[in-house]
Design a protein around this ligand. Structure first.
Ligand SMILES: [Zn+2]
Length: 373
């Protein structure tokens, strides 16, 4: 059984019409899942409840929670920046997204299985400040719940941006291995996630970062994943996995400079599902995250649900949904499979050389602590 977390009230997490984090992508994704027949006796839709204050305190400071509740600009807490403006109802809306991931984690604690909170994945939020469109760090909250039963939880983040909040929250914790693959911090927000960030104190060796060169595509992502991720699963032997599945790695994404296609993305997701089946008895909590091209996100996340259901993503989009999309968005959605992006030979050489250095550096740094690679 897969628990799929979605509420029309997710639409309330809205930073305004000019902001890229458009909540309509969640509604469009859910409608597509429905239209494709993926919400049935094998996939149970759950209407999330807002996270309680006590649950938020698992990760966040009391002062920060109070500041969000006040719903006023307070830059000391990261509230009211251009990226993360304050809006009426921000506390309730943020609690609802977090509540979905927390409840999903509790279900995995009690009954195993898989869950997907398409409204989750807010990986930049820190214990005492908002950052990069993220108010409460639902991946970290969910991990803290999973830790009640499981000794080792693996977090893997394939969003285009570094999963800095989750990494920082568990930086000294050897029971949580965080892996983030993202466009290098040399070029992109939040400017962190380099190969020398491997954890500290008792957590040293339990953070892994794969900074991807600008214009990396399916080939580079697949190579980096296969060289690093399976080995880390094998070494760490996780009992549960949390995956942040942001799709802002797509070539059409307005916020990043990466060149992934939908099929490259779904192949990575399929590998994460495989590895979770092999090592963690299939206990997977999938979360949404970034993805700022409305034409891509719903198709990507409905494909994730197909893969979780052990089905092939559909090759054609249902006509009724396409019409619904066009009426709302004013253009056609991206229909799979999308084009394969080619870069010039010189660019390819530069990308390969930079990726070689990153992978080598990451392996050396981790091997300096544990014999992993
Ligand atoms: Zn992102």
């Amino acid at each position: 059984m897969i628990h799929l977390y979605y509420s029309d009230s997710f639409q309330a997490y809205n930073f305004g019409p000019e902001h890229p984090f458009n909540p309509a992508r969640l509604m469009l994704a859910y409608r597509l899942m429905e239209e494709e027949g993926s919400i049935d006796e094998r996939t149970c839709k759950i209407e999330p409840q807002p996270a309680s204050e006590a649950d938020l305190e698992r990760v966040h400071t009391v002062e920060y929670i109070a500041a969000v509740q006040a719903e006023e600009t307070d830059l000391a807490f990261g509230l009211g920046s251009d990226d993360t403006p304050v809006f009426p109802g921000i506390y309730e809306a943020s609690r609802l997204l977090a509540g979905g991931s927390i409840d999903a984690a509790r279900r995995i604690v009690v009954e195993d299985g898989m869950a997907f909170n398409i409204g989750g994945g807010l990986h930049h939020a820190m214990p005492s400040n908002a950052s990069g469109f993220c108010v409460f760090d639902d991946p970290a909250l969910a991990i803290s719940v999973l830790k009640e039963r499981f000794e080792r939880v693996l977090y893997i983040d394939i969003d285009g941006h570094h999963g800095d909040g989750v990494q920082q929250i568990f930086y000294e914790d050897p029971d949580v291995l965080t892996i983030s693959m993202h466009e290098s911090g040399l070029y992109l927000f939040p400017g962190t996630g380099f190969v020398d960030e491997i954890g500290s104190g008792p957590g040293i060796g339990y953070s892994a970062n794969v900074p991807m060169p600008m214009y990396s595509g399916d080939e580079e992502y697949s190579r980096a994943f296969e060289e690093i991720v399976p080995r880390l699963f094998d070494w760490f032997e996780p009992q549960a996995v949390v995956a942040q599945l942001g799709v802002d790695t797509h070539y059409s994404d307005p916020l990043t400079s990466l060149n992934m296609t939908l099929s490259g993305y779904t192949q990575l997701v399929a590998r994460i599902i495989d590895l979770t089946g092999k090592y963690a008895n299939g206990r997977l909590l999938a979360l949404g995250g970034g993805g700022y091209n409305m034409e891509v996100v719903p198709v990507a996340w409905s494909s994730v649900l197909h893969l979780m259901r052990n089905e092939k993503p559909h090759e054609y989009l249902p006509p009724y949904w396409v019409e619904f999309f066009m009426n709302l968005v004013g253009r056609e959605p991206l229909s799979p499979p999308d084009i394969d992006i080619k870069v010039g030979n010189e660019t390819k050489k530069r990308i390969t050389a930079e990726l070689d250095r990153s992978l080598q550096g990451l392996k050396e740094n981790i091997n300096g602590i544990y014999d992993v690679f």
